[in-house]
Design a binder for this molecule. Structure first.
Ligand code: 13P
Ligand code: SF4
Length: 394
């Protein structure tokens, strides 16, 4: 479709929340039923009562980027790796309510049994990074590698932040999923040539996590990495560039972590001379290079917990988590790395009214917002997720 301005309309144009659905992407869809208003004073009590009524039938998972009002009802909190493990380890729970984003709930559905149902309280909780790679684009990229005779020694490594269809294609091509907690071991596994063909990795969809891990943890050079733009023929690269690359990085990024800049790091160091800068590996390479420590959300939490009283930290990750850490550690000075407020808007879609609505619906015997991956996709995706779960610990 072409717009009045003659611009090709993107198939991922923003949908008005609650108006239309786009099941082919990570983007949000309608939210049917009666949602309690956010100002309703009894929401906390209602969430507690619904959870008590459901007892062991329900297990609530909460990602660290969730709001305080939601995270208080999580049975377990964690980063995406820990939550995937926790979902797989709860065969007794009939319902898994996932307070996180769509790709996390899909992974939970793949890793749980057929008797279990996964609920995402608001279907609008997608992930803009995951939307930067569609299954069709990834299939085309694989065709490009095949036509150049490169697919045989390329191993796909897909970040957890991707759709089930992409995880399935990763499984079909003998690759693995990774998270920010285990990207290093995943890359080592993929590039280990003993008995495997891995000479090159197709890493998607987050170019920054791929580059940061390859360069910082594996000691590769920046020139071992090329960026593959799915909108351009051959990804915007020459056949030689693709052949010579060790890391073919998908042109995707996180809009939240992408906000942190080198200026933010310089600025905070000027303002707080003793500050230690701690960032998530989804930040840009220059930010990660200028930081003192880099790691997943679990790593960030562990680092702050172990830090001495009186220490000063600037943290470059989602604001809900940074604010919670600052509140939990009043003996340490904790600031947000950016001067501008920056929440992950899709993580924030899960609020107390949606949680209450989904829990009360379950009490009434109605499963709302079920996330269900079709069996064929789930079987292939499971191969790649199981490969991740089988990787040695960091
Ligand atoms: P973690 O793997 O650290 O949980 O990060 C997930 C995510 O979405 C970060 O943006
Ligand atoms: Fe996606 Fe970034 Fe939000 Fe994580 S923080 S869910 S990568 S948009």
């Amino acid at each position: 479709m072409t717009t009045d301005l003659g611009v090709e309309a993107t198939p991922l144009a923003l949908l008005l929340l609650g108006r239309e659905s786009d099941p082919a992407s990570e983007r949000g869809t309608a939210c049917p039923g009666t949602l309690p208003p956010a100002s309703e004073p009894s929401l906390v009590e209602r969430a507690r009562a619904a959870k008590d009524a459901l007892g062991d039938k329900v297990f609530v998972l909460g990602h660290h980027y969730q709001r305080d009002e939601v995270i208080q009802f999580a049975d377990v909190t964690g980063d995406s790796f820990k939550l995937a493990r926790e979902a797989a380890a709860r065969p007794g729970a009939e319902y898994i309510v996932f307070c996180g984003v769509h790709f996390m709930a899909e992974s939970a559905d793949i890793l749980t049994g057929a008797h279990q149902q996964v609920v995402l309280p608001d279907l609008a909780a997608g992930c803009s990074m995951a939307d930067m790679a569609s299954a069709e684009q990834v299939a085309e990229a694989w065709d490009v590698l095949t036509d150049l005779g490169l697919a045989g020694d390329t191993v796909p490594v897909s970040y957890m932040n991707s759709s089930a269809a992409i995880k399935a294609s990763t499984g079909r091509h003998g690759g693995t999923i990774c998270t920010s907690s285990n990207a290093e071991v995943a890359l080592r596994w993929a590039l280990d040539s003993r008995g495997r063909a891995g000479r090159r990795v197709l890493f998607l969809p987050d170019q920054h996590l791929g580059r940061n891990t390859a360069v910082r943890s594996l000691g590769l050079g920046l020139d071992d990495c090329v960026v593959y733009d799915p909108r351009k023929p051959l990804g915007g690269l020459s056949a030689t560039q693709l052949r010579d690359a060790t890391m073919v990085l998908w042109k995707g990024h996180c809009s939240v972590h992408g906000r942190f800049s080198l200026d933010c790091v310089h600025d905070v160091r000027r303002r707080l001379p003793d500050v230690r800068v701690l960032v998530h590996p989804e930040c840009r390479h220059e930010v990660v290079s200028a930081a003192d420590l880099v790691g997943s959300t679990e790593f960030i939490i562990r680092t702050i917990e172990a830090a001495p009283a009186g220490s000063t930290w600037a943290i470059g990750t989602e604001l809900n988590l940074v604010s919670r850490l600052a509140k939990a550690h009043p003996d340490k000075a904790i600031v947000f790395l950016d001067k501008t407020v920056c929440f992950c808007s899709t993580m924030n879609r899960i609020d107390l009214p949606h949680l209450v609505w989904s829990l009360e619906s379950l009490v009434e015997g109605r499963v709302v917002n079920r996330i269900e991956v079709d069996p064929a996709t789930a079987a292939d995706a499971r191969k790649a997720l199981d490969q991740m779960l089988a990787l040695p610990a960091n």
